[in-house]
Design a protein around this ligand. Sequence first.
Ligand SMILES: *Cc1c(COP(=O)(O)O)cnc(C)c1O
Length: 387
Amino acid sequence: MNTYGRLDIAFERGEGAYLWDTNNNKYLDALGGIAVCGLGHTHPDISKAISEQAHKLIHTSNLYRIPAQEKLATQLCELSGMESVFFSNSGAEANEAAIKIARLFGHDKGIHDPIIIVMETSFHGRTLATLTATGNRKIQAGFEPLVHGFARVPYNDIEAIRAVAKNTKNVVAVLVEPIQGEGGINIPDSQYLNEIRSLCDEHDWLMMLDEIQTGMCRTGQWFAHQHNNIKPDVMTLAKSLGNGFPIGACVAGSKAASVFKPGNHGSTYGGNPLACHVASTVIETMQKIGANELAQNMGNYMLDEFKTKLKNQPAVTDVRGKGMMLGIQLDQPCGELVANAAKQGLLINVASERVIRLLPPLIFGKTEADTTIDTICKLINEFTTRK
Ligand SMILES: *Cc1c(COP(=O)(O)O)cnc(C)c1O
C-alpha cells in the first residue's frame, strides 16, 4: 500500500556504516535504519547468529518454554535491574503491552477508568492505542475515534504533570520518552526524569519509559534513564534490540513486574527462539565492542564539531544530542535536505520538519563522523544561501 513517502533508491547490500544501491553507488548511513542498526549493517556476529539459529530452531510458540527467551529476559533484567519481560515483534506492540499493564494495574487497585499521562510531540507507534498516546495530530487524523484514557501535557514540564495529578483522581501511569526522537531530538532538563520518578512514587503511578529509540547504548548507557540513576517501573525496547531482526520488549520491575497473569496478554511470534537468540547476540556484541563508550565518545566528538562548525551559521538555531542521537535545528522547514544528502551519498533524516536527525550506527569511526559533519555543513550552507 502507498503508506510511505520513499526516496527512489534501492539498496542491495550493506556492511558496517555503508550501503550500496542497485547501481553500486555507495552511501554512508548516518540514520542506521532509523536507530535500528546500532551495530551497523550485516555485522558478522549477528549474521552468524541468525544463520546458526535458523538451522537449529526458529519457532515453537509460547505454549512451551523457550530457553533463548529466558536467556534474553535474564540479560535485559541484569542490564536494567528490572524483573520481568514480555516480548513482542515491534516497538508499538511493546508499548501496547505497557499500556495494558498500566490499565490492569489501575483496575487491580479499583480504578476502573484509568488515565495514562502522555506528552506533546511524543511518538509511541502506529497502532490505535499508541497513535493515541502519540502527541502528533498528523499521525492521529482520520483514525478517530481514538482510544480513551490518555491525558496530554507539554514535554519537559513537571508542573503540568502535577496539575493533572491535582485535577484527576484516576491517573495510573506516566508514559514518556527520555529523549524525544521523532519529535526532533528533544532533550529534557537533567532532573526531569528524576522528578517524574518522585511524582510516580508519591501517587503510586507507574513510571513507563519508551526507550525504543534511546535504548541499547544509543545515548552512551544501556538505557537513557541510567544517566539519571533511576529505575522506571516499565520500559519498552525495540529498534536496536534486534539490529534489524524484528523484536520488541516490555520490561517491568517493582509493582509492575507481575501485573500480567497467564491469559492477560500474548503474541504468537513474540520472543521466538530466532528473534531472542539474535537479540542476545546483539547484547553480547555490544558488550564486547564497548558500545556505550563508542556512542559516548563519537557522539561527543560529533556534537562538539557540529557546534563549532555551525556556530556562525545563522540558519541553525540549535545543535543538540546525547551519544549517537543528534539533532541540528534550522530556522525553517528543511525536509528537502534528505534527498540532497542522498545525492551526496549520505543518509540522514529530518524530524519535526526542521530538525536534521542523525542516528548513526554506534560503530561509526572518525572517518564516517567527519564525512557526515562535512557533508551536512556543506548542505546547510548550500540550502541557506540558495534561499
Ligand atoms: C520507532 C518508535 C516506536 C515504534 O516502533 P515500531 O517498531 O515502529 O512499532 C515507538 N516509540 C518510539 C520512541 C520510537 O522511536
